[in-house]
Design a binder for this molecule. Structure first.
Ligand code: MFK
Length: 556
């Protein structure tokens, strides 16, 4: 045989992750990092092995059996081997608990999301129910409903696999995903107990032991304010469903290992989380947590793609030398790396803020900053993960287009990041909602200035200049757009959000680069920052909805 292509190989995904390790050395106390590193190293090893293992075995998907052989409706779901392994692993590594325990104080969320970032690609999207469970724990804490807190949190936050539960989030119905106002599920109070009747169209991780669901109390008016938030335990201790039937599992483009179901509720018993209205407000803390998980998962996808492309570049010989030594390949990879490094610092900065806010150690402006940056991080990283996964297929070439290389799955899975938990436009609009409630951009711009003031090195000056110029352009655009009609702000919403996310990320990356240069004599983050500064930060349209004319009619 004359020629064989070598498959990309992954080594320990923690030990091999320069970006994560450098960041953790900057932000965590040395003793804390020493204490958590064995765990991070274990998960890094698990992730590398899971990639190798997945290449050697048939892919499996969850299977729904609706009827047993005797004619009884059972709706039994068989999970994939990786899902069965994930449940005890998630509990033991404290993938939810670590974010809520007091041990590491305000650093709890950085610790947790470092674990999540390492675990995600090996988890076959078990991180989806973990995200929802974390979100549910946060929403229940915020609700102050002590009975439900006592009932559910010991399970959601448990490190004991026997006690650990996951939780679903049942919002989406046939009539509405982005807009929940048309929700048709009705809650009736029967003999002092609430029961839900209706149809939920996308319920991720239907195997969860608990769920939070939106429903309209019977007789309540139309609209989203009248929806209430309910807590359910969908199955009895013996595994039978409580007045719920599973109509089918969804046939999805990606995330195929995740059992996403269409279900009917026919009197499923439920408990009110708060007052019998304003359920959207009550579930909002959950949305903000799952959006953070979404950003971390998207980041993990980017990191996985780049790790594979880097390794492949060293193995693949073309035109007489490894791809890694070819200028255009190097340039392509450098572009991907710069985008990923900037995104990394934005996402982990959000986790830092979240840790401070939940410990009550954030002032008002940091709370506003978290509210503003969460949709921005979700929106930008979702889109970026798809672009990087697509580039990865291309870098690996023909084999990167073949299913059993594992690369197409990365692309199909990545496509969920911009859709889940509110598509990009929902995030752009949520950012504008946050702008209104947080009193404008002030907290963001002032944090950006403070971060930038820590960037002193002359080699980082182009980065600082790019941030200042972008900030001025954004402020000018905002002044014009907000003085005009609302549709202008809305039509420019996506580009505004992308521009702000990218600009803030550059400031954060430059600050990290400054530290890396001074503390560790490491020029690589600085190179990434300069490269990212050369990419386009803004694409703001000068004139809002000018393109509406183009869409006026499609007929001749
Ligand atoms: C690693 C894996 C990670 C991810 C896994 C997740 C898997 C889960 C799969 C799914 O379930 S995907 C489906 C998720 N669905 C969504 O994300 C819904 C998308 N739509 C929205 O987010 C809409 O913006 C929304 C439904 C919230 C609009 O609802 P409304 O009622 O029309 O909005 P309104 O009236 O502006 O807000 C109602 C209240 O909620 C307001 O509070 P007040 O009443 O006190 O004024 C808002 O401020 C508040 N609110 C809304 N969004 C908020 C928020 N508060 C804080 N943060 C937010 N993000």
């Amino acid at each position: 045989m004359s020629f064989l292509q070598a498959a990309p190989v992954l080594s320990n995904q923690y030990l091999d992750d320069r970006v994560l390790r450098s960041y953790l050395r900057r932000v965590l106390p040395r003793t804390m990092l020493g204490a958590i590193e064995p765990d991070l190293t274990d998960l890094g090893e698990y992730a590398a092995n899971a990639w190798a293992l997945a290449r050697t075995r048939e892919r499996s998907e969850p299977k729904l059996t609706q009827w047993d052989v005797w004619g009884e409706r059972v709706d039994r779901i068989e999970l994939t081997p990786a899902w069965l392994a994930a449940q005890p692993l998630a509990a033991r590594h404290g993938l939810i608990a670590a974010g809520h325990e007091a041990t590491h104080g305000t650093h709890a969320r950085v610790h947790q999301f470092a674990l999540v970032y390492l675990f995600h690609c090996a988890s076959e999207f078990y991180t989806c129910p973990l995200a929802m469970t974390d979100g549910a724990a946060t929403a229940l804490k915020a609700s102050g409903n002590q009975r439900l807190i006592d009932r559910a949190l010991p399970h959601f936050l448990s490190r004991d696999p026997e006690q650990f539960w996951i939780c679903g989030q049942w919002m989406t119905e046939n009539a509405g995903g982005s807009d929940v106002a048309p929700t048709e599920t009705v809650a009736h109070e029967e003999n002092g107990r609430w029961r839900l009747y209706g149809r939920k169209w996308f319920t991720s991780a239907i195997n969860a032991q608990a769920a939070l669901a939106l429903a309209r109390p019977a007789g309540a008016p139309a609209g989203s304010d009248a929806l209430a938030l309910f807590y359910l335990e969908p199955r009895k201790p013996d595994g039978r469903w409580r007045n719920i039937t599973i109509d089918r599992l969804k046939d999805k483009l990606g995330t195929r290992e995740l059992p996403t179901a269409e279900i009917h509720l026919d009197g499923a018993p439920a408990e009110l989380v708060g007052e019998p209205k304003f359920g959207v407000r009550q579930i909002a803390p959950m949305l903000n947590i799952t959006r953070t998980w979404n950003a971390v998962g998207a980041l993990a996808t980017m990191r996985r793609c780049i790790a594979l492309v880097r390794d492949f570049g060293n193995r693949r010989i073309v035109f007489g030398k490894p791809l890694a030594e070819q200028a255009l390949f190097q340039d392509t990879l450098a572009g991907m790396q710069a985008e990923y490094e900037a995104a990394f610092h934005l996402v982990f900065f959000v986790t830092e803020l979240l840790g401070r806010v939940q410990c009550g150690q954030a002032d008002e402006s940091q709370q506003s900053l978290l509210r503003l940056l969460t949709p921005l991080a979700k929106l930008w990283t979702g889109k970026l993960a798809v672009a990087i996964a697509s580039e990865t297929c291309e870098c690996i070439g023909g084999v990167g287009y073949l299913e059993d290389s594992g690369i197409p799955q990365l692309l199909r899975d990545a496509q969920v990041w911009p859709i889940w938990e509110g598509a990009s436009n929902v995030q752009a609009l949520d950012f504008q909602r946050a702008l209104r409630s947080a009193g404008g951009l002030q907290s963001l711009l002032s944090a950006q200035r403070t971060i930038l003031s820590q960037v002193q090195a002359s080699e980082l000056e182009p980065c600082a200049r790019a941030v200042r110029m972008a900030a001025t352009a954004i402020a000018e655009w905002l002044q014009k757009a907000s003085a005009g009609e609302r549709h202008r702000m809305e039509a420019g919403g996506r580009e505004l959000a992308f521009g702000l996310a990218r600009t803030f990320a550059l400031a954060l990356l430059a600050r990290h680069a400054e530290w890396a240069l001074r503390a560790e004599n490491d020029p690589r983050p600085g190179a990434a920052a300069r490269r990212f500064a050369e990419h386009r930060l803004l694409r703001l349209k000068p004139d809002g909805l000018r393109d509406a004319t183009m869409l006026a009619s499609d007929s001749y």
